[in-house]
Write a protein that binds this ligand. Structure first.
Ligand code: FAD
Length: 446
């Protein structure tokens, strides 16, 4: 019998874990997964809070997230999944306005009445429009301004685009925006109510189940192990040690992949392509308190002076009893990692954010906080501008046996754990086909 093929997977987020699961099912593969941080889960990783696990960055699923929902079923986790009614508000002109139903939109007083009507029509059009390609080279800013007018842009859309894309807001492709509206509008149950999925025990239940299953299938997992180079001779450097592979999959950010490549003239253009994909960082402040704040799960903060994008009352989705009776909140922002706000010391940032919260909820009392945690991620969101479709890197890299699968390949949809699972499955099939060309190519698979 031939020796099993050595597969090195770099990254223990949902893409890497899913790829490991699929490749480990193949007796011909000996899989090693390395993760630079001390824990698995990547951007969806959890931390202990109130006797359970909570995501460092707010997470939920949509009804349309079929790849991860199938995986949840396969891992026997279906009974841990709960579907909750979503509730959305917008903070503008000094108060939170409900912003979930068509009637809420009609009542949204910060926008002119004509602007509200135009916004409703635009949303309806985007919901039913199935082809996004015509939107790819138009900016969301231009298309939405034409469709909805200046008042709707000022009170609804510009703050959202700025909150999500910071200084890149004006360049974001309408195709991305189309996907947000289209998927969201179609993630409703029969009654028209938007449902969001969450897990008893948090998303960590998936990470843990994946970890257990891939270990059971013989995968070697190394955490706190950084890959610092991937070479042309099918070797990689892990924590200073050179190891050989037959196939290697990198799942970290595209520019990080560029930094691992050998300094070869033939790889210059490829490295430039990877580096042309820009990312924003994200900061999330999570706090628990005995004080109830607001009636909504999700509040977009649309005031021009707002220092963050979103305020989330997680315990509007999941009962406070799960967290020892405490209310659990997130404040979140996407920021340029080299910018001033991203680099503020923790105490200064927390003071600024909690100070602003008092503007939103005058009754907010910081002395009632039971605990608080601040998390920073340097590469949390790629910038999907109007030239983005042409920048997307291939799964195959110019290095023999080396593959790339990360969320910068997801377009026009917004990245998410569902797409990470989908990518992980796709790339595993591609690697199997690479190792055994007699297998059908994944594109030919159903
Ligand atoms: C604020 C925020 C909110 C979100 N909300 C949702 C949501 O509600 N629902 C949802 O489904 N998704 C959500 N997402 C997106 C979701 O978390 C990601 O799309 C998904 O987790 C990406 O998984 P991944 O494996 O592709 O990448 P990552 O999770 O980034 O994993 C890549 C891993 O590779 C490791 N790595 C990188 N370089 C190296 C190296 N050289 N050596 C070793 N390891 C390395 C990293 O440490 C990381 O753990 C959110 C993300 C953010 C930031």
């Amino acid at each position: 019998m031939s020796q099993p093929k050595k597969i090195l997977i770099v990254g223990g987020g949902f893409t890497g874990l899913t790829a490991a699961l699929r490749l480990a099912a193949d007796a011909q593969c000996a899989v090693t997964l390395v993760e630079s941080s001390p824990q698995l889960g990547g951007l969806a990783a959890g931390f202990p809070l109130g006797g359970t696990s909570l995501e460092k960055t707010y997470h939920h699923l949509f009804l349309t997230d079929t790849s991860i929902l199938n995986l949840v079923q396969e891992l026997g986790l279906a009974e841990k999944l709960i579907w909750c009614d979503s509730s959305v508000g917008i903070f503008r002109n000094g108060r939170v306005h409900a912003f979930k139903t068509p009637l809420d939109l009609l009542r949204f007083s910060p926008c002119s009445f004509v602007g509200r009507l135009r916004t409703g029509l635009a949303a309806l059009y985007l919901k039913h429009q199935k082809n996004w390609r015509g939107f790819a080279s138009v900016t969301a800013h231009d298309w939405m301004t034409r469709a909805c007018g200046a008042s709707a842009m000022a009170s609804i859309w510009t703050p959202l685009l700025k909150g999500k894309f910071d200084r890149h807001a004006q360049h974001v492709s309408m195709a991305w925006f189309w996907a947000r509206i289209h998927i969201r509008a179609n993630s409703r149950s029969g009654g028209g109510q938007e449902k969001l999925g969450y897990f008893r025990g948090g998303f960590n239940v998936i990470t843990t189940a994946l970890e257990q299953e891939i270990r059971r299938r013989g995968v070697t997992i190394q955490t706190s192990a950084a890959v610092t180079a991937i070479n042309a001779d099918r070797t990689a450097v892990i924590n200073g040690e050179t190891v050989a592979f037959d196939a290697c999959l990198f799942t970290g950010p595209s520019p990080a992949m560029a930094r691992l490549l050998p300094a070869q003239e033939s790889l210059r253009d490829y490295a430039r392509q990877l580096q042309s994909i820009e990312y924003l960082g994200a900061i999330c402040l999570v706090f628990a308190s005995d004080q109830p704040l607001g009636d909504f799960y999700w509040v977009n903060v649309n005031e021009p002076d707002a220092p963050f994008l979103v305020f989330i009352n997680h315990t509007r989705l999941v009962d406070p009893s799960v967290y020892g009776g405490k209310y659990v909140y997130y404040i979140g922002a996407y920021l340029a990692p080299e910018g001033e706000l991203y680099n503020l010391p923790d105490t200064a940032l927390i003071e600024r954010w909690l100070g602003y919260l008092k503007k939103m909820f005058p009754e907010f009392d910081a002395r009632r906080l039971a605990e608080k945690h601040l998390f920073r991620f340097r590469a949390a969101q790629h910038i999907v501008d109007t030239r983005y479709a042409g920048k997307i890197p291939d799964y195959r890299t110019p290095l023999p046996g080396v593959f790339l699968a990360n969320f910068s390949q997801i377009f026009p949809e917004d990245r998410g754990t569902n797409f990470a699972v989908k990518e992980g499955e796709k790339i595993a099939a591609l690697i199997q086909q690479h190792l055994d060309p007699a297998r059908p190519h994944p594109a030919a698979l159903p």
